[in-house]
Write a protein that binds this ligand. Structure first.
Ligand code: SF4
Ligand code: SF4
Length: 493
């Protein structure tokens, strides 16, 4: 999951809201997102005219909200008009536009925004993996291990792509297990590319030979991230469970970079490797990797609570990341929503937001409050190896249903769990910066078995982290009160 680095916005959200949420706008959006009798959507015709430069002044006035939204998207990606017009021909960008229109129609302009379809699907393609990392959220390993569940067949994987392609989902991020271990991976990915998805991969990098890097390039993946937990073979290999893997991962990364693919280092920040971060920053430069993506540690799967960094360690890594960004080095991305809060709190010149596809833009003028931190169930969902949909890869047991047998629209838009995740008002992670953060809901679930609990990752919630750890030592349970939680019918009775 790459990220957007967001420059401080110049948009007036309140004004934008009043333009896009008026009854007139909603009626217009409704009109342009319906198919006409000749099978075309009006917004497609408007886009074609916009690209061709044949929009009349009357049309500009008549469809003002549509062109306003188009302009917001263009400026969000820091594009000049000519470049944007070229990009608007791509299916991916059209999906983003249609998704934005439908989202405003369905949910209004929100801070944060809820999307009518996920902006990104992370597809845990398989549970198979050639490594045995101690923190694996997916509990992945070699095929035949006793925990293995049935996975989609090749034919079903193609069908899964078709199901996703019917929606306005612009990006698929392949993860696992190790996706590159699967024999059908490139055939399925190529098919997804033809269907108009922006693609990226999370890999341990050990299988990425020069030939494979070429294949990745030919298919047109946007970027690939390779996991490195430490800057030395000794530490990395000990943690990853197989010796010799550090060298192979670094070689895999080099092979990608040689092919011109943005190769990133994915570093999971844990207690034991806290001090590896500055060393990895150096290594990134030596290798020429595009970015370091700092993964927020979440104690699920094989990952235990003892590996979770303290709130103070988090504060320190935030400072390190912040300093890099303020120095003008756009080399950091993170999956930690609390870093968005940290940037805002410190009045940073740009805000790094969790979990959005890195479309090779250095700075986006997007409104941070609209993008809004944790995207689970609001902007993104995860597809498990058997076709189950979960709100996030770090919630492998929160199963909404299986996309092969249940309507995607219901799972995404109607499922009660998704509604809970979207309702920030009842989430007990409160601070002045919650609009750009919201806390990691997977961490809240892992710690307190409650999607609406505080995320014990930041200074605001440090007391919950220490109370939990204290209780854990004594073999007791600690659950924070949630005064914001909506009472269920049973609780009220
Ligand atoms: S209190 Fe919650 S919303 Fe605020 S910064 Fe901490 S984790 Fe984020
Ligand atoms: S729950 Fe939210 S913040 Fe946490 S990993 Fe998932 S999407 Fe990211």
């Amino acid at each position: 999951m790459g990220l957007w680095v967001v420059s401080k916005t110049k948009f007036d959200v309140v004004k934008l809201k009043s333009v896009l949420e008026s009854r007139l706008s909603k009626n217009l959006i409704d009109k342009v997102t319906r198919k006409s009798e000749d099978g075309k959507y009006l917004y497609e015709i408007l886009l074609d005219d916009y690209i061709a430069g044949t929009i009349t002044p009357m049309e500009k006035i008549k469809y003002f909200p549509v062109f306003k939204l188009l302009d917001v998207i263009r400026r969000s990606f820091n594009r000049d008009e000519d470049t944007f017009k070229k990009e608007l021909k791509s299916i991916t960008i059209r999906k983003i536009f249609r998704n934005a229109l439908r989202s405003i129609k369905q949910f209004g302009l929100g801070t944060p925004q809820t999307f009518a379809d996920p902006v990104m699907i992370v597809w845990n393609y398989t549970n198979n993996c050639n490594l045995r990392c101690k923190h694996c959220y997916q509990n992945a390993g070699l095929a035949g291990d006793k925990y293995k569940q049935k996975e989609l067949s090749t034919e079903e994987r193609f069908r899964a792509v078709d199901i996703l392609a019917e929606r306005d989902i612009p990006t698929i991020f392949f993860s696992g297990g190790e996706p590159l271990i699967e024999k059908d991976f490139f055939k399925v990915a190529e098919y997804a590319k033809k269907k108009g998805f922006y693609l990226s991969i999370a890999s341990n990098g050990t299988l990425i030979t020069k030939e494979m890097a070429k294949r990745i390039k030919d298919i047109g993946f946007g970027y690939v991230q390779v996991s490195l937990d430490a800057a030395s073979a000794e530490k990395h290999d000990e943690f990853r469970g197989v010796s010799g893997m550090f060298d192979r991962s670094v070689q895999g990364l080099k092979n990608l970079i040689e092919e011109g693919i943005p190769g990133c280092i994915a570093y999971t920040h844990m207690k034991w490797n806290h001090n590896e971060f500055p060393k990895l920053v150096k290594l990134r430069k030596e290798i020429g990797a595009y970015k370091i993506i700092v993964y927020n540690y979440i104690p699920v799967g094989r990952g235990g609570f003892e590996m979770d960094p303290t709130p103070e360690q988090r504060e320190e890594i935030f400072k390190w990341m912040y300093d890099e960004i303020e120095a003008g080095h756009h080399i950091i991305a993170t999956t930690s929503p609390a870093f968005g809060a940290y940037c805002k709190m410190n009045n940073a010149s740009s805000i790094v937001l969790a979990h959005y596809a890195d479309l090779k833009t250095k700075e986006l003028g997007v409104i941070a409050d609209i993008i809004g931190g944790c995207g689970a169930g609001r902007a993104y969902a995860a597809l498990q190896p058997n076709g189950d949909l979960t709100p996030c890869v770090y919630m492998p047991d929160t199963i909404l249903g299986n996309i092969m047998t249940e309507p995607f629209d219901f799972l995404w838009n109607e499922h009660p769990i998704m509604k809970t995740l979207r309702d920030r008002e009842h989430i007990n992670c409160k601070c002045p910066y919650e609009a750009v953060c919201g806390g990691c809901r997977a961490r809240a679930l892992a710690y307190f078995d409650d999607l609406t609990a505080p995320d014990p990752e930041c200074q605001y919630n440090a007391r919950h982290y220490y109370a939990f750890m204290e209780a854990l030592k004594k073999g007791e349970k600690y659950v924070p009160e949630n005064p914001y939680k909506e009472k269920t019918e049973t609780e009220v009775a």
